[in-house]
Design a protein. Structure first.
Ligand code: NAD
Length: 288
């Protein structure tokens, strides 16, 4: 297929390269000259205008920083510029309301469109092992699936437009809460004189079993290898977790969902991110 890819940053760069590897012809656009040069090296055709990049394509994929940018790119350069019948996929993490609004506008103009945010970081984007959670009609999902499979290991239809973003922010709110809980339990065990490795061995096989403890142990030298063993470098940045928590709180407010722990986790990450936004989110253990 001929596909336009807009937003070739940390995530989008590797994703576009994987589309090329899968045999697609990729028209790439980004505001950054450096990102365009890398895309060229990876076999993409590059453009200096988004509206030109979407001319004559069968699909458009976007991987952009936030909802405001997604809305402006679709309204100014994709909708009514991409050929009639093209399928549109926004893989950015954005607010549910903007995702629904952009999809409604695209559908009104005759396009099939999905929101398809991802789980998995830069390594998964480069390796083609992302998980996509997809919102949209059955028809839009089926068309998008073919493109997404070239960039991921799992493609799941979450529901109607916006359901992908909903799944993403609910998952990440749960992750933030369980990460903070894990750091509190491990630190408390240590302060009470229990060897943290013993605590890991016991709790990871007991009812305290959870992803941060079992698969991403946040204390250096304890449990499985994780960013904690690398000075909390790499992994999933605190600033990105905070972005997702803020989106979650905005969405919770819009439907009056009670999220006391989500709210508290947001406050903890807000304070921690002021000086530590670049560290992996498990570094929140340092606040204890
Ligand atoms: P990034 O900042 O590295 O990349 C964004 C790219 O978009 C940049 O290259 C930038 O130049 C480009 N851009 C900005 N405005 C543009 C415009 N108007 N037109 C064209 N290009 C434009 O960000 P990233 O880490 O690649 O993240 C992208 C999205 O993926 C975000 O929504 C983020 O929340 C989500 N995400 C990131 C990760 C991660 O680990 N980095 C994981 C999951 C989801």
């Amino acid at each position: 297929m001929k596909i336009a890819f807009i937003g070739l940053g940390n995530m989008g760069g590797g994703m576009a390269a994987n589309l090329v590897k899968a045999g697609h012809e990729v028209n790439a656009f980004d505001l950054s000259e450096e990102a365009l040069a890398t895309a060229r090296d990876n076999g993409c055709a590059t453009f200096t205008d988004a509206a030109e990049a979407v001319e004559g394509v069968e699909g458009v994929v976007t991987m952009l920083p936030n909802g405001g940018i997604v809305k402006s790119v679709y309204e100014a350069s994709v909708i009514s510029h991409a050929p009639e019948g093209a399928v549109l996929l926004d893989c950015s993490t954005i607010d549910v309301a903007t995702a629904k609004d952009v999809i409604a506008k695209a559908e009104a103009a005759g396009y099939d469109m999905v929101d398809a945010p991802v789980s998995g970081g830069i390594a998964a984007a480069n390796g083609g092992t992302l998980t996509f959670m997809v919102g949209g009609t059955d028809k839009a999902f089926k068309r998008a699936e073919e493109i997404l499979q070239a960039m991921g290991k799992a493609v799941i239809h979450a529901g109607d437009a916006g359901a992908g973003q909903t799944a993403k922010i609910c998952n990440n709110m749960l992750l933030a809460i369980t990460m903070i809980g894990t750091t509190e339990a491990m630190t408390m065990a240590e302060k009470l004189g229990l060897d943290p490795q013993k605590f890991y061995e016991i709790s990871s096989q007991s009812s305290g079993y959870c992803w941060p403890l079992n698969a991403y142990t946040p204390m250096p030298g304890v449990g499985v290898e994780s960013p904690a063993d690398n000075g909390y470098a790499g992994g999933f940045a605190t600033a990105l977790m905070l972005k997702d928590l803020r989106l979650a709180m905005e969405a919770a407010g819009s439907v009056n969902a009670k999220t006391a722990l989500g709210q508290h986790a947001t406050e903890i990450y807000e304070a921690f991110a002021e000086k530590n936004g670049g560290l992996d989110f498990s570094a929140v253990i340092k606040t204890l």
